[in-house]
Design a protein around this ligand. Structure first.
Ligand code: ASP
Length: 459
């Protein structure tokens, strides 16, 4: 029997002891954080006017999907009646109720709507995203799946925020459009229709939040906007799509790491927003590295009260010596927590295992910022945050075979001596390592501790 063992050996040998220690530290950290927030005070939670499922929809055999609308280009109207201009329009104009009513009769779901807001994606504050997440959970208490419409500019951040915070395992599908609702060749109606189809299919239940535009389904954690204008702007550079929406099928070709925990308590993220006040969402910023980048951005962020800073470094996360000096001072003087990511657009920054600088795994800077912001809202304990970065939703697939199982091919291949591998040539020093002070130095990647796989004998 083969078992798909996500993070298998690495988890047992390295991460479980680290996790055990972190959990103890976490309780202390979370408690410390709570007492700062004021544990005895009741947290004021928003309420939402989510429409009840109508009697007609209850009676129908179709799944009940709710569209939670926030605006964006999807709800945009042509400016001055010019239906040929895709770039000059009034975003967040049309109401979702009216847009859904204009769609052809839906064959795959009974659809209701909830207008959360109506503006561009970049106009939402993190506190409003806190409310949005709670609204989605409230809607999913009544409905079988939710579509969340947003502008595409910060859609990947909104989607990942929902992925990290929504408690329900039901499908959450984020969509939007690159062209306003009423221009020629608009992608709005088709995207809305297809997203409803994905949510109604129930096929992304347990996936966390997914994003669907242009018929392509992506995991929120992996997806990024890659072009300012094109309709196929979304991409998941390291991973590709989860699946596609065609007629009649929604096809899912692979599952994100979270789905491997379906039905288990670990499936839920550590970020239950009902346990914190939205006022405890801290300031977390992103500093972008480039040739001879200065340290002013980091110093300015710290002066503004940032508790966490994500660096978008060059190559494998490198930052300039001036930026590095500013980071060292921010850690030493203010205990700021840093996460190292790459500006290259894809690639993993491995975690060094200690200090206040955490490797961002394969999150891009804007995703890492969302995770760091939520982490710092729940704890000040750096090992706990490090553990969340290293394990929550991260992909590390390993196939383990038990003692009674062997791998073989039907045709026995003659043994071929493997060519001797040449020593890899290191072409570039890693500034992350060379410029870090001893306290935050990046240790050797933990992957090096994984023992080589033993060949399994044939019978
Ligand atoms: N500026 C718009 C927004 O992000 C773009 C879009 O909706 O696609 O809201």
């Amino acid at each position: 029997m083969f078992t798909l063992n996500v993070r298998g050996m690495l988890t047992r040998k390295v991460l479980i002891p680290v996790l055990a220690l972190s959990l103890v530290a976490a309780s202390v950290g979370v408690l410390a954080k709570r007492s700062m927030v004021g544990a005895a005070e009741a947290i004021p939670l928003p309420t939402f006017d989510i429409p009840a499922v109508s009697e007609a929809h209850k009676a129908s055999a179709l799944p009940n999907v709710i569209v939670v609308a926030t605006g964006g280009t999807l709800a945009g109207a042509a400016r001055n009646g010019d239906k040929t201009n895709f770039q000059s329009y009034s975003a967040g104009t049309y109401k979702m109720e009216d847009m859904v009513a204009q769609l052809p009769i839906h064959k795959t779901a009974d659809v209701s709507t909830y207008q959360f807001g109506n503006k561009g994606s970049g106009g939402y504050t993190m506190k409003e995203l806190y409310d949005l997440s709670l609204a989605v959970d409230a809607a999913l208490e009544l409905y079988d799946g939710a579509v969340v419409t947003t502008g595409t500019d910060t859609m990947e951040e909104i989607a990942y925020f929902l992925d990290l915070t929504v408690r329900s395992e039901k499908p959450v599908v984020v969509t939007g459009a690159m062209r306003p609702w009423d221009v020629i060749g608009t992608d709005g109606p088709a995207n809305l229709y297809q997203a409803i189809k994905v949510a109604g299919s129930n096929k992304t239940k347990w996936f966390g939040t997914v994003l669907m535009l242009n018929d392509v389904i992506y995991a929120a954690r992996e997806v990024t906007k890659s072009n300012s204008h094109r309709m196929d702007t979304f991409d998941a550079p390291m991973f590709g799509a989860l699946g596609y929406v065609d007629d009649p099928a929604v096809r899912i070709y692979r599952a994100p790491a979270r789905a491997a925990k379906a039905g288990k308590t670990e499936w839920a993220s550590p970020f239950d927003l009902k346990k914190i006040s939205k006022d405890s969402l801290p300031i977390v910023e992103i500093a972008y590295n480039y040739q001879e980048a200065g340290g002013g951005a980091i110093r300015g962020f710290v002066e503004d009260g940032a508790k966490g800073i994500v660096t978008a470094g060059t190559g494998a996360g490198g930052i300039s010596s001036k930026m590095s000096a500013a980071r060292t001072a921010a850690i030493r003087d203010k205990g700021v927590v840093f996460v190292s990511t790459t500006r290259t657009g894809s690639g993993t920054i491995y975690d060094g295992g200690s200090g206040n600088t955490i490797g961002g795994d394969n999150l891009n800077a804007q995703h890492a910022r969302v995770l760091l912001l939520l982490s710092l809202a729940f704890t000040n304990d750096v090992p706990t945050i490090r553990n969340w970065f290293t394990t929550f939703g991260t992909q590390d697939v390993e196939i383990s075979v038990d003692a009674n199982t062997f791998l073989s091919t039907s045709i026995e291949e003659p043994a071929v001596e493997a060519p001797v591998a040449e020593e890899p040539v290191v072409t570039e020093p890693t500034p992350e390592v060379s410029e870090e002070p001893a306290a935050t130095e990046t240790a050797a990647p933990i992957e090096s501790e994984i023992p080589a796989l033993e060949p399994v004998a044939s019978p």
